[in-house]
Write a protein that binds this ligand. Sequence first.
Ligand code: GTP
Ligand code: SPV
Ligand code: MN
Length: 591
Amino acid sequence: MALALTENTAILNWIDEMAAMTQPDQIVWIDGSQAQLNALRAEAVASGELEKLSEEKLPGCYLHRTAVNDVARVEDRTYICSRRQEDAGPTNNWMAPDEMYAKLKKLYTASMKGRTMYVIPYSLGVVGSPFAKYGIELTDSIYVVLNMNIMTRVGRQVLDALGDSPDYVKGLHAKADVDPENRYIVHFPEDNTIMSVNSAYGGNVLLGKKCFALRIASAQGRREGWMAEHMLILGIQNPKGEVHYLAAAFPSACGKTNLAMLIPPARYRQQGWKVWCVGDDIAWIRVGEDGRLWAMNPEYGFFGVAPGTNEKSNPNALHTTQKDTIFTNVVRNLDDNTVWWEGLDKNPPKNAVDWKGNPWDGTVSAEKGAHPNSRFTAPAKNCPCLSPEFENPRGVPLSAIVFGGRRAKTAPLVYQSFDWEHGVFVGSAMASETTAAAAGAVGVVRRDPMAMLPFCGYNMGDYWQHWLHMGTVVTGRAPKIFHVNWFRTDDEGHFIWPGFGENLRVLVWIMKRCFDEVGADETPIGYLPKPQDIDLEDSGVDLDTLKGLLNVDTELWKEEAAGIRAFYSKFGRTLPSALSAQLDALERRLD
Ligand code: GTP
Ligand code: SPV
Ligand code: MN
């Protein structure tokens, strides 16, 4: 094999086997050097896979367009192939491992003929730290190599840290024909193996992200006593200079990147409030030596939603994307060779190319210029508010865990659970409107427990049991658990709460609750703020509106409880009894 960067026989034998099946013309090891990455960028530009953007305005930035049928995660084609079907649970697609391996073998055979196989050694977490986990992704896509290089720590140092150990996650990705009928995103949690074929879209093919850091890692975490969660991690610095941390789980395209990079309203900034971003999508959570829960971000970059990102909503994200960024499925402005998307500003370019590659003049109102799930891949170190703790391998201690989703009605702006067990119930019962981040209908309310419905690598009932167990390990030091909803709408469908930077007002209440600095009203669903305890000065929201946002409609909540009961009924004996008891108690309180 050409220029292998390791003598690790577990790795070499596996690559031999995968190469014999896929039959690439050549194998190239990614060493992480700038020289090699630059050569790959040049090759991708020459082939049209990437388009170079203005070096003056967007230095080091590129544009990529995916196939029109390949723009989001495909949940109906994503599988958890454990030996027993019950271990995948009622919320995952399942097939017996032997059957799936045989099926995939046909799709991979000779799929890399005429192509190059790239070997990407990558680390989730700081290389060499006790909390890092390593993976190797084999892919025939330069786009994947360049994105993985932004999203994870890539290169020779990973192989050095791994040494002779067979403890790494195997990932095989082949673009094949990008055929949606034969697209499979498959996880074998018992083999630490991921196989992805017939796609070239981010979440389906950047195997370090959802596939490893959530689906495989959640299963590892259960075995090893930690948690892998679909959560942002942020630090809130108060005027005294103290920084307290929280992690928040919102479903895809429901505001994690935006909250993680929040800029406080002007008066708060003047008083000394600041938010530090530790992570925007994934948190690995462990019990620290002090008995508290600590969260670290295993990633190295942001794969963020472009539409809606602007100078007002998220200036930090916008700034993060001004260099060394890959944009996927956005508009290309031909006049100055930059990019545009809906919600960037009110001046769509007139001389442009849309996400499908067609001429676009910004006036075709029916057709969006950028795909609603168009994304930027940007290095974390570009972020102006990146936390000084970002490279701390242990992460940060959590004071609060926050769940949330898009709910036009039902869920109030914020409430607090009564205790850890009730908090796990609140997370398990989360529901949210679907978004463009996954293929399928948008705006349909569905249960999305802990924002992990598409990402839990084992039986969701066992996952809830693991959450309950973690609470017993950190008794007395457990983070307080909250639920937020920025997305309540009025009768015309407009968002009532201004959101974005103004969300700090809610985070401040949450922090006060964590440190027993403010009271609350006890309601059937949990503790709600006394309206006067949420600061509204300069928010544009009046007290009556806030009272509406905090309203708990008993009739809607009875329907909600019935919905939770129907969802729980899928789990049979894997539903933890503590959670069915929580549901019974909620129904009693509502009566
Ligand atoms: P994934 O990367 O898919 O996991 O998503 P995410 O949770 O990081 O979502 P993101 O922060 O990218 O937000 C997605 C969309 O929600 C964007 O279009 C945002 O503009 C919008 N959004 C984020 N926060 C708010 C908010 O507080 N209020 C409102 N109304 N919209 C928001
Ligand atoms: C999500 O869909 O939650 C994302 C984007 O963060 S992807 O990497 O495609 O999963
Ligand atoms: Mn996500």
